[in-house]
Design a protein around this ligand. Structure first.
Ligand SMILES: [Zn+2]
Length: 508
């Protein structure tokens, strides 16, 4: 058993606030927004209006609230919601017309007036009695960008013309909509949207009725484990701490399916992390589900570290590509070889009777020879292993790594009929699928062009090339960069574009 090192230093969360807005008490609807697919953090995900606390938020007086942090969080929630949606939750808004509110919002967005001055000028007051405090949420340590988010709920007050109308100005947000809580959950369940637990979990309580939902949510969260994260129905993610490569600190283990489940990459060798996964599976088994198989995406230690433990714990077979199975034969017995294009059908059964997850195996060599990815055909979800990551770029290190294979694998992923989300082995799920694959391809293309440009004037060794090209990478990462350059040179040699003479390489 490996010794667990000290927990790596993680990003300190920044204070943020979000506002869950309601309208139409007779037939209650909530407002949510779709984030722009171009954002690096949760691009394309669904969320509530919100953002970070600003210094000015502390300067605003809040009625019925003594605590300054909470008051500032309320101001931030109201300000962000007004900036993003045009909906203003304040006393006095009933005296303003919709057209005038639009003018005020434009002035605020253009920085012609501060939010504090805007409120004072229009004798508007933020009243804590209009904003119910919901449970706070801290982004887990496995995520590169973290927030300590204060959540509030509020009914949108009428303006002079009647109900306020929401309007999204495309930019950070792509769109927004009012919908019933039941509709929101149904769209998540069918795999049409990606949303984080602080967005979904409140809605799951709203479905049972808005009365007292915040209290029910609060008491449920006190006892619930945060694991697994189910950003999309049937794609349950457990980020477990592993001996992996920075900036990653965790490997995502995925549990996919409904009544029938498979486990992909139980990678942590650390007992306390394995226990997290054990507990999650125990809960799932208690719900009447069963685990069919453990899949391994590839041979690296941070993807296989918990396989033997889990295999003994739940007594289920292990499946991997033949090349992976051969490479790890000394440490992990693989019961079955998985082929490219194999279809694994996982039925919702008594959990989700109307749903089936159709996982199509993709042999995707490049990062490792036997690397597997899994494409779920119904929802267009791709479990990418280390082929595409949620942070940084993949490592292509020979002899396991092969740049030609890698680019072909990326190209094949790009050509999949429908891609709506990537579920990587490290970092968060991603909804901006095409953008990421294009970025990965462009990144390699750029490195290759730099190598060719450097070799155009002189013969160079791998370490000389790294010093010339990887000026943006710290020295400690140069050994990895050398492997990456080697992978590029092997590709160029195979394409007959460069030749090796001793230690050095020249253009053909
Ligand atoms: Zn790997």
């Amino acid at each position: 058993m490996s010794q667990s090192p000290d927990a790596p230093s993680v990003v300190v969360p920044k204070d943020a606030a979000a506002l869950i807005l309601f309208s139409d008490p007779a037939d209650p609807k909530l407002y949510w927004v779709k984030r722009s697919p171009l954002l690096t953090f949760q691009g394309g995900w669904y969320a509530y209006p919100g953002g970070q606390l600003e210094a000015g938020d502390y300067a605003v007086q809040v009625l019925n609230c003594a605590e300054s942090d909470l008051a500032a969080a309320r101001v931030a929630a109201v300000r962000e919601a007004f900036e993003e949606t045009g909906l203003l939750v304040a006393r006095g808004v009933e005296n303003l017309s919709a057209a005038y509110l639009t003018v005020l919002r434009e002035a605020l967005l253009a920085d012609r007036i501060s939010f504090a001055d805007l409120l004072a000028q229009e004798t508007l007051t933020i009243d804590a009695a209009m904003l119910t405090e919901a449970p706070r949420w801290v982004t887990p340590p496995s995520v590169p960008k973290r927030f300590n988010t204060f959540f509030f709920t509020a009914w949108v007050p009428d303006c002079q013309d009647g109900a306020q109308q929401a309007h999204i100005i495309p930019g950070e947000l792509e769109s927004g909509e009012w919908l019933r809580p039941q509709e929101a959950i149904e769209r998540w369940r069918r795999g049409e949207i990606l949303a984080a637990p602080p967005v979904l979990r409140p809605i799951q309580e709203m479905v049972r009725g808005l009365d007292g939902f915040v209290d029910r949510l609060r008491s449920a969260l006190e006892t619930e484990s945060p694991h697994p994260y189910e950003f999309r129905r049937g794609f349950m993610m457990c980020p477990l701490r592993t001996p992996t490569l920075a900036p990653a600190t965790h490997t995502n283990c995925y549990i996919v399916g409904g009544e029938e489940l498979v486990v992909i990459d139980p990678g942590s060798p650390y007992p306390e992390e394995q226990k997290i996964l054990d507990d999650v599976l125990e809960t799932l088994l208690r719900e009447g589900r069963r685990v069919r198989e453990i899949f391994i995406t590839h041979l690296h230690p941070d993807h296989i570290g918990g396989v033997n433990h889990l295999r003994e714990k739940v007594r289920i077979p292990v499946a991997a590509h033949r090349l992976t199975a051969e490479a790890i034969a000394d440490s992990i017995p693989v019961d079955r070889f998985v082929e490219d294009n194999e279809l694994i059908e996982l039925h919702g059964g008594k959990i989700d009777p109307d749903l089936t997850w159709r996982l199509r195996v993709m042999w995707s060599p490049g990062h490792a020879r036997g690397h597997l990815s899994f494409y779920e055909e119904r929802t267009g979800s791709l479990i990418t292993g280390d082929c595409i990551l949620g942070m940084g770029t993949a490592v292509i290190a020979p002899p396991e790594g092969n740049m030609l294979d890698y680019l072909a694998s990326l190209q094949r992923m790009k050509e999949l009929p429908r891609l709506t989300a990537l579920f990587p082995a490290h970092g968060p799920a991603q909804a901006q699928v095409r953008e990421i694959i294009d970025y990965y391809l462009a990144h390699r293309q750029e490195r290759e062009e730099k190598i060719l440009a450097a070799l155009a004037t002189q013969a160079l060794s791998i370490s000389e090339l790294v010093k010339l090209i990887y000026t943006d990478v710290p020295l400690s990462r140069h050994p990895l960069a050398e492997l990456s350059v080697q992978a590029h040179l092997e590709k160029l040699e195979a394409e007959d574009r460069v030749s090796r003479q001793g230690e050095r390489f020249t253009l053909n």
